[in-house]
Design a protein around this ligand. Sequence first.
Ligand code: HEC
Length: 193
Amino acid sequence: MGTPCENACTKLFNCAVIDQPMDLCPGLDEDSRMAFIEGCIPTCADNPALRPIVEQQDDCTQLVNTLKGLSPAFADSCTDEGGMGGAGGGPGAPTEEEIQAIFNANCNGCHIGGESGELSLAAPFTADTVGVPSSQANLNRIEPGDRDASYLFLKITGRHLEAGGSGGRMPLGGAPLAEEEIEAIGQYIDSLE
Ligand code: HEC
């Protein structure tokens, strides 16, 4: 998960890449901007413009509030739906409702009623997933706090066979979920305790 500084920088970096970095953060000098774009994690603590921000702020809520003073547009991009949640369940982590919507749209033609894979993703999807053993592998479907140990996450990223699972990548027979949807599910799982 990294230090708060790394987490904060990951969040900033993701936001900056997603939302046209050049138009955001007018309070930052050009070198700082490039540090975002080229990977701010190794450099953030040494970056002159970022240092005071990351040193004084050790969680993403405060960080975003500080950024609002510099650039409201940038800060908003961190909290909008397209923004990245902070590691460890920061305020930007996707909500259960957002994840339910992804399942409803992509999975629940098959996963209502628990006939496919003995799994129901009907609302609330948490009932049949969080801490519930998979019927295909020796893992829980959702392991709170750990996407890579969550069989459901492995099923949507096509890594389920490596974990001793079976069957196809989900959605079965369809295109993979969009990258943002997969990342949202991963962040949601990582944010659970
Ligand atoms: C076209 C029907 C269909 C769709 C759409 C579909 N699934 Fe499945 N799913 C199945 C079937 C059938 C199985 C059991 C066979 C297999 O795994 O290939 C299964 C198995 C699973 C399992 C394993 C269950 C267990 O006990 O561990 C998971 C997890 C899963 N699906 C998640 C999803 C998710 C998440 C989505 C949406 C992103 C999705 N599925 C979309 C049909 C579907």
